[in-house]
Design a protein around this ligand. Structure first.
Ligand SMILES: [Mn+2]
Length: 277
């Protein structure tokens, strides 16, 4: 689809899709979404656990330039399996199997692999990352670090990187980190982070409920961040049900795939629309 020169009339941001295509279509119909004039932002985790992962990818791909998405942990997991870096496990077969076997798999996977970890719109003054952006990074630094991983994902070395992507360490960012540790750490902050301590250590063992934070740890968005001028749109954390207690940290995962609902935010009015699977 050719690039448009005109600004989109409306920006809509939707929470984790996880293969829930029907509620997405319901919501887009509700707001009379027009791909010629409007833009849809997806917070990542487009696939896995829901009923229509393959058709969700095909639909987003068909929307062309009207879609902006960032990669979530489930999307990276799909890339890892497709690349051969990770075996397809039994629990993923019903969801990811149809994508891997599809005739257009290579095309869809290439599209997914070309998506960023952070998306920023300087005119809208908004930034999006699947899990969020930690307070220890400025927005510009987080974009630079995301670009390092994106370059890897789009290079010939991507399968090798994906085979080293899994793991919870190092749990604290340091500028001197190098190689796989550096890239794994960036991926974990941007796609898996929930609880941080003041220093910026990530914690992955506790349950999802914000009340279950281990001592000294709090949800990442509770910390004051320097050099992060724009509101952060994120997903990943269904247990929050969109509650962050701050206007500039916009959580959109409301657990559609787990029996709750999907949330679509109309940026220009702040109005939220919901639909169930
Ligand atoms: Mn996620």
């Amino acid at each position: 689809m050719p690039k448009k020169n005109t600004k989109p009339s409306n920006h809509y941001m939707v929470g984790d899709l996880q293969g829930c295509l029907a509620p997405l279509k319901t919501l887009l119909k509700k707001v009379s979404f027009n791909p010629k004039h409007d833009q849809l932002w997806c917070v990542g985790d487009l696939v896995n656990r829901g009923p229509d992962s393959l058709e969700t990818l095909r639909y987003l791909y068909s929307l062309g330039d009207a879609v902006r998405t960032v990669l979530g942990n489930h999307d990276l997991h799909l890339l890892a399996i497709h690349s051969g870096a990770k075996p397809l496990k039994k629990k993923d077969i019903p969801f990811l199997g149809p994508i891997l076997e599809a005739k257009d798999a290579d095309n869809l996977i290439y599209w997914l692999r070309s998506q960023p970890l952070i998306y920023v719109d300087h005119e809208l003054k908004a930034v999006m990352a699947h899990a969020g952006i930690p307070h220890i990074w400025t927005m510009e630094q987080s974009i630079d670090l995301a670009r390092e991983v994106e370059a890897l994902l789009q290079s010939k070395k991507y399968a090798a990187f994906l085979s080293k992507m899994y793991g919870n360490t190092p749990s604290l960012w340091q500028n001197k980190l190098a190689g796989d540790d550096r890239h794994r750490c960036i991926v974990n902050y941007l796609t898996r982070m929930r609880f941080l301590n003041a220093q910026g250590h990530m914690e992955f063992d506790s349950k999802e409920s914000p009340e279950d934070a281990p001592q000294g740890f709090f949800p990442w968005f509770t910390y004051e961040a320097k050099g992060q001028p724009y509101p952060i749109v994120f997903g990943h954390w269904a247990a929050l049900m969109g509650h962050t207690e701050r206007q500039d940290r916009i959580g959109l995962d409301t657990g559609c795939v787990w029996g709750n609902h999907m949330t679509l935010l109309h940026w220009e009015t702040g109005r939220r629309y919901t639909a169930k699977l």
